[in-house]
Ligand binder design. Structure first.
Ligand code: A3P
Ligand code: MG
Ligand code: MG
Length: 378
């Protein structure tokens, strides 16, 4: 009920058109108790190969294989192989929700949750939900999410903003190399087989991905989302996904207390949001020196990340993030009323402003592919 108030607008004078509803994003508006978030469970998985081809299995899953010691001697050269052994994914290809929809199509008859569960669910990528979670604190990059309702289900698919596209096309060489280094770190830390050893001599091909498909629920909103998983720990306390999964990250080496503070305020918020959603319990960070060598590792338990900012006036709050996400889902559910795969409500947000909505039909915004709509209708 509180949520309905937030999006309510004053009755406009008779002569003016109704103001479109919008959703505010200020953190202070979302500082209630932490809402219910169902323990995420894995429904299945799929893999994308070096050609970005879909396979309905775990062939791209890698296994966590850290070096024997995290001390002197650790020396991963993250620039090694750049650019000659780098095969970056073609970012001009707009995949939308396609891979996830293919998984869903192939498993729609085996979904748990009872008949009609899917019709009440929100289907999206984990990465889109991550962006929603951090929105109240984000001051740099806006987002656009396209939403369509089809057979009851609400589908959310990100649209690259013109600013993000311009930035991507003008990405400076150093930033390109930094992106490579994040993937290179994965190669030093992962083996292809359980119990195997990493082989950093090969190519880094960012077409390859292992994706987990998860079920959860935020408040009263059932969720089905998929997220890329870096690796699984073969000897984790629990071998059951998603708790056996490990997220890998790199960061600049930190020295002063001020640098750590900034890291906790900004980077750890993103790491927390990304891993909290699928219930991945550990993030392993490699700290690189200015020459691009990782010389130390540190494990951050996802559920302890907030402790680093709990007493920080400029820190972030998990409840604010999750309450905002719930408010957005409520806003989207009540805005997208018509069931029509060709109709798109485009939710747009820029830092400092509220989330606004515009309505579109067909190209270029419609994102549910004909093959999916037809197969689901048959
Ligand atoms: P980092 O771990 O160093 O961030 P992920 O950590 O989500 O598994 O992503 C692996 C790597 O992809 C990242 O390494 C980074 O290099 C690159 N990457 C992911 N998202 C990115 C983004 N939004 N912008 C730039 N690089 C990104
Ligand atoms: Mg990853
Ligand atoms: Mg990672």
């Amino acid at each position: 009920k509180r949520r309905a108030e937030k999006t309510e607008v004053a009755e406009p004078p008779n002569s003016l058109p109704h103001a479109a509803p919008s959703l505010p994003t200020k953190p202070a508006l979302y500082s209630g108790p932490f809402p219910f978030y169902r323990r995420p469970s894995e429904l299945g998985c799929f893999s994308l190969d070096s050609q970005r081809q879909y396979h309905g299995d775990a062939r791209a899953l890698r296994y966590y294989s850290p070096p024997p010691t995290n001390g002197p001697g650790l020396n991963f050269d993250l620039r090694d192989g750049y650019p000659d052994r780098y095969h970056p994914r073609d970012e001009e290809v707009r995949e939308g929700l396609d891979h996830l929809l293919r998984w869903l199509l192939e498993h729609r008859d085996q979904l748990e949750g009872g008949p009609g569960w899917l019709a009440g669910a929100v289907v999206t990528w984990r990465g889109h939900l991550t962006k929603l979670l951090i929105t109240p604190y984000e001051q740099q990059e806006g987002w656009q999410l396209a939403a369509s309702r089809f057979q009851g289900t609400l589908y959310l698919s990100e649209v690259e903003t013109p600013a993000a596209r311009a930035q991507r096309l003008a990405r400076p060489p150093l930033l390109r190399q930094l992106m490579y280094m994040g993937y290179k770190f994965e190669q030093y830390m992962c083996a292809d087989k359980p119990g195997g050893s990493p082989d950093p001599s090969g190519e880094v091909n960012t077409n390859v991905a292992f994706c987990s498909v998860l079920r959860s629920r935020l408040g009263s909103y059932p969720l089905l989302f998929s997220g890329e998983v870096d690796c699984m720990a073969p000897r984790a306390a629990s071998t059951q996904p998603p708790t056996c999964y490990v997220e890998l990250k790199t960061s600049k080496e930190l020295h002063s207390p001020g640098q750590w503070r900034a890291f906790y305020r900004h980077k750890l918020l993103k790491w927390w949001a990304q891993s909290f959603l699928p219930g991945i319990p550990h993030v392993v960070a490699g700290f690189r020196n200015p020459e691009g060598f990782v010389r130390s590792l540190r494990t951050f338990p996802t559920m302890e990340m907030f402790e680093h900012v709990r007493n920080d006036r400029h820190g972030w709050s998990p409840s604010v993030c999750v309450n905002f996400c719930a408010a957005f889902l409520s806003f989207a559910q009540s805005t997208v009323v018509q069931d029509d795969p060709r109709l798109v409500h485009l939710f747009s947000w820029e830092p400092g402003g509220p989330v606004t909505v515009s309505v579109h039909r067909d190209a270029p915004y419609a994102f549910l592919p004909t093959w999916y709509v037809e197969a689901m209708t048959a």
